[in-house]
Design a protein around this ligand. Structure first.
Ligand code: NAD
Length: 495
């Protein structure tokens, strides 16, 4: 591990991984001369740099992954032996939990409390959960016509390209890497350009856990160069992508040329419905955390609040109160709930959206927040609530990816369902009611991959998640995720 310790600001107690690619079990400077700044979003200061990955770097990483798949021990060792390596990885991640949480917080601006409680723990759970499932991969015998024995084998695909966004770097990389490795594949990972640090450290920890060289490779750099090369590389056998719908759609088109299968975890604009019989205190609390969690940089964030008319004013007042009082501040302060946005361009994008709300003609009026917060040169946005927005407004239809909540009123269950389903997206949804029959009825009709009843945002590694409609296809978590990294072979033996 590097001893490159920083001595300024939040970087004080963080041990940075080397600013290099991780290829074939070794640190590599890469073939290019360009480097990319990694910025602390709470101060705007550069904390380190990483290489801007080139086509040549990606080709080298894919070649290493290919060799490790074709002739290394990983694919042929027993699934339980692979599981044992992944269990050791889970233990090492917990052992280094504080270090990883600090690194993630420095890189993304995520409050340290959440980085510990959610990001680090979930990352370790990915490895322990899929370690357990590795030993359960099995085929079947089938009753066939004629004198023969027929059975199926579940086999790995080969080299997996994992491409991830900036908002949950550790969780979204290991939600791909852990099942891909459990199934016997090898991986080339390209983390988001702005948040590469934990991916590099985790690659190093996996080597320490016993992962053979070349089984996991990390190339840092720009999507349009390193990412693009990965998606068109003929030796890549699956692409696992999480990111925006726009980029995902372009990647799927590129991948089609080589008939490379893709998993697409894309954008969201999730509705959160409050019926008039709900426990309003709980619903309000859930509604606030649903849109401020991770500073609104949460693909499943409940960013569209739909409230039944009889309780509209009461819920709106509660949400405005909650949004106004939520502690915004330094990510390393234990009491912080909302940190800075991960980068300046994300903050500017949110400001452009909020400027659309001017109170005129259903474009919405800002009733809480609405502006950035000047603090230490960081990228802070005040939690913002926009009321009385029309369904066709861009604020309702487009993903803002910041701490911005729109609030709309409805009268009937039918209307609530129509409004909730009335965007191109379908990632998640929440609903609050004490009527059990209504809860199940509405849950069945919401067009989204994950529904929360009387809560919001709870995820579990055993529960699959993924999109309906423009939010993508394929599933992460649960046994379903393992299926994404396996293919089925049928064998017929004449008797
Ligand atoms: P993004 O689409 O801009 O980038 C995601 C990744 O794709 C990055 O690593 C980027 O470098 C890479 N990339 C960009 N262009 C590429 C190209 N042409 N070829 C290959 N790779 C390319 O997304 P972002 O801004 O980092 O993240 C925010 C988005 O991610 C939001 O839309 C959010 O909803 C979505 N997201 C979805 C989920 C989910 O599970 N569905 C989870 C988290 C985030």
């Amino acid at each position: 591990m590097s001893t490159d310790t920083l001595t300024q600001d939040h970087a004080e107690q963080v041990v940075l991984p080397p600013g290099k690619h991780y290829i074939d079990g070794q640190w590599s400077d890469g073939s290019g001369s360009e480097r990319r700044d990694v910025v602390d979003p709470s101060t705007g200061r550069v904390v380190t740099t990483v290489p801007e990955g080139t086509v040549e770097d990606v080709d080298r990483a894919v070649a290493a992954a290919r060799r490790a798949f074709d002739s290394g021990p990983w694919r042929t060792m027993s699934p339980r032996e692979r599981g044992a390596v992944l269990q050791r990885a889970a233990a090492l991640i917990m052992e280094h939990g504080e270090e990883l949480a600090r690194l993630e917080s420095l890189d993304t601006g995520k409050p340290i409390t959440f980085a510990r409680m959610i990001d680090t723990n979930t990352t370790a759970e990915h490895f322990s959960y899929f370690a357990g499932l590795a030993g359960a991969i099995e085929g079947a015998t089938r009753g066939i016509r004629g004198p023969g024995l027929a059975y199926t084998r579940r086999e790995p695909l080969g080299v997996v390209a994992a491409i991830t966004p900036f908002n949950f770097p550790m969780i979204l990389s290991t939600s791909k890497i852990a099942p891909a490795l459990a199934a016997g594949n090898t991986v080339v990972h390209k983390p988001a350009e702005d948040t590469p640090l934990t991916a590099l450290r985790i690659a190093e920890l996996l080597t320490e856990a016993g992962l053979p060289a070349g089984v996991l490779n990390v190339v840092t750099g720009h999507g349009a160069v390193a990412g693009d090369r990965l998606t068109r590389h003929p030796d890549v056998d699956r692409i696992a992508f999480t990111g925006s719908t726009k980029v995902g759609s372009a990647i799927a088109a590129t991948a089609a040329a080589n008939v490379t299968p893709v998993t697409m975890e894309l954008g969201g604009k999730s509705a959160n419905i409050v019926f008039d019989d709900a426990d309003l205190d709980e619903a309000v609390q859930a509604a606030v955390s649903a849109f401020v969690f991770n500073t609104g940089q949460f693909c499943m964030g409940g960013t569209r609040l739909l409230v039944q008319r009889g309780v509209y004013e009461q819920v709106l007042a509660g949400v405005v109160g909650g949004a106004t009082h939520v502690p915004v501040g330094d990510p390393l302060d234990e009491g912080t709930v909302v940190g800075p946005m991960a980068g300046e361009r994300h903050l500017e994008n949110v400001e452009r959206f909020v400027a659309l709300a001017d109170g005129e003609g259903g474009r919405g009026r800002v009733v809480a927040g609405g502006q950035r917060i000047e603090k230490d040169g960081g990228f802070y946005m005040a939690p913002t609530v926009v009321a009385d927005v029309a369904q066709d407004s861009r604020l309702v239809q487009e993903e803002i990816f910041g701490p911005v909540l729109t609030v709309q009123v409805f009268d009937t269950e039918e209307e609530a369902i129509a409004l909730a389903n009335g965007t191109p997206y379908g990632l998640a949804a929440g609903l609050h009611t004490k009527d059990v029959a209504r809860a199940h009825r509405v849950a069945a009709r919401l067009e989204a991959g994950l529904i929360w009843v009387n809560t919001y945002g709870i995820l579990d590694v055993s529960l699959p998640f993924g999109g309906y409609k423009a939010s993508g296809y394929g599933r992460e978590n649960g046994p379903e995720a393992l299926d994404e990294y396996l293919q089925t072979k049928s064998v017929y033996v004449a008797l």
